[in-house]
Design a protein around this ligand. Structure first.
Ligand code: BGP
Length: 448
């Protein structure tokens, strides 16, 4: 019995699921919404744009009813900055406030805890035109936007995420569509933008604590444990360096208020250290996150010879070539726990796959169930080892458009009947994984 309890998920565990505004909402230019950098990006050939997406903007009630039927305790979504401030700053768009007011109230009516990402890749295009994150004015715009969210929604939202995957925006921004293709984006400039985002994040954390006492706020990077390609010391050293640049830079700043020293020496070597103004580090140091949210899809493996990524021969891959590593999930959580000793919240984890809609509205996504089961099993073991995991929000609650691989790459528990260029009827269909996850939640992770 004692053993069983030790391995159980704690009471009040936030069993959830995730989405982001631009990938699920559609209604890209309705009710006063301004364009974001994502709306202006060029889409890879053969993949849809984000104009309609899953049409969640018009169907949120139906969707939330399904989330409730699945038993979700939490729903992690993002607010589209340009619904609130169409130009990033200036006059508030009341229709945008109204939409998220309704969404939050709808969730609460089913006792689903809203977990809100303030900014998930969709920087207002008007700000991008003024230099985006290179311009320090964007820090003020973000602070003002965050303040507006805290004032309007802080009475009901208890969990806030500052910036989704800041590290991926810096390392892979051109694939995601966040890097401005028109300006010279030298590495130096990107790391300057990075520094500004850290400042913006710190200001939001401080404001959140002032405006919404009792609410919790944290960063939300993408974290992957980095393996050395072998036990050769050169490989181990390369893996550590890689991890500092990819992972720890993005958590040492918010948690400890300092630049990770290995990452900093890399920036020095590359000649791309940011310009740090007087007072910046004090601002960063003063802001204390309450938890670490992180997205986990896979681990990475690095070799000292190439200094870069190599594929891991011990891991299978998804249809989209992503390595599958449930044990790596636990290893990543242990490392986060050891380094930062803060509560952890998983805000993304999932399998992108081509699903088949069968006769009679059936989607047999056993591969997704297997993926999630194996990851949840490892989360359970991590908890038994002392990791303070407070919630698990797999990607994604419902099918939505991938960052750069269209809607055919599906992640949801709920199928959305459309394909890349034919919107069909957009009807919602519960996949096999929907029923499976419902039981996982109902048994608090006892039955996987
Ligand atoms: C993360 C993003 C999400 C989501 C997910 C899956 O990086 O935060 O927005 O899209 O990855 O990635 P993809 O859509 O590329 O398959």
């Amino acid at each position: 019995m004692i053993q069983k309890n030790k391995k159980s998920f704690p009471e009040g565990f936030l069993w959830g699921a995730s989405t982001s505004a631009y990938q699920v909402e559609g209604a890209w230019n309705e009710d006063g919404k301004g364009p974001s950098v994502i709306d202006m990006k060029k889409h890879p050939e053969g993949t849809t744009d984000f104009k309609v997406a899953s049409d969640h903007y018009h169907r949120y009630k139906e969707d939330i009813a399904l989330f409730a039927e699945m038993g979700l305790k939490a729903y992690r979504f993002s607010i589209a900055w340009t619904r609130i401030y169409p130009e990033g700053t200036g006059k508030i768009n009341q229709k945008g406030i109204e939409f998220y007011d309704n969404l939050i109230n709808e969730l609460l009516s089913y006792n689903i805890e809203p977990i809100v990402t303030i900014y998930h890749f969709d920087l207002p295009y008007a700000l991008q035109q003024k230099g985006g994150w290179s311009n320090r004015e964007t820090i003020d715009a973000y602070e003002n936007y965050a303040k507006t969210l805290f004032e309007f929604f802080g009475d009901r939202v208890k969990y806030w995420l500052t910036i989704n995957e800041q590290n991926m925006m810096i390392l892979h921004g051109s694939v995601i569509g966040t890097t401005d293709p028109n300006i010279k984006n030298s590495k130096k400039e990107l790391y300057q933008q990075n520094h500004h985002m850290f400042l913006a994040q710190a200001k939001a954390i401080k404001l959140c604590h002032e405006i919404c006492p009792g609410a919790k706020i944290g960063p939300a990077p993408n974290i992957s444990y980095v393996y050395p390609a072998s036990c050769k010391p050169e490989d181990v050293c390369a893996a550590q360096t890689y991890s500092s640049i990819r992972n720890w830079l993005y958590l040492d700043l918010p948690v400890f208020g300092r630049y990770n020293s290995v990452a900093w020496s890399y920036l020095e070597k590359e000649g791309c250290t940011p310009d740090i103004k007087e007072g910046d580090m004090e601002i960063i140091k003063a802001a204390k996150p309450d938890f670490i949210a992180f997205n986990y899809y896979s681990t990475e493996t690095v070799s000292g010879d190439s200094g870069g990524r190599v594929s891991n021969p011990h891991l299978k891959k998804t249809q989209f070539g992503w390595e599958i590593d449930p044990l790596g999930f636990r290893i990543t959580m242990r490392e986060l726990h050891d380094r930062y000793n803060l509560p952890l919240l998983v805000t993304e984890n999932g399998l992108g796959a081509y699903d088949t809609l069968e006769e009679g509205d059936i989607v047999n996504d056993d591969y997704r169930i297997e993926f999630l089961r194996n990851h949840i099993e490892q989360a359970k073991l991590a908890i038994a080892e002392g990791v303070n995991l407070i919630g698990y929000c797999p990607w994604s609650a419902i099918d939505l458009v991938s960052t750069h691989e269209g809607i055919s790459k599906r992640y949801g528990f709920i199928y959305v009947n459309r394909d890349e260029f034919d919107l069909k009827d957009l009807r919602r269909i519960k996949k096999k994984s929907f029923y499976w996850y419902k039981n996982v939640i109902a048994t608090n992770g006892e039955e996987l």
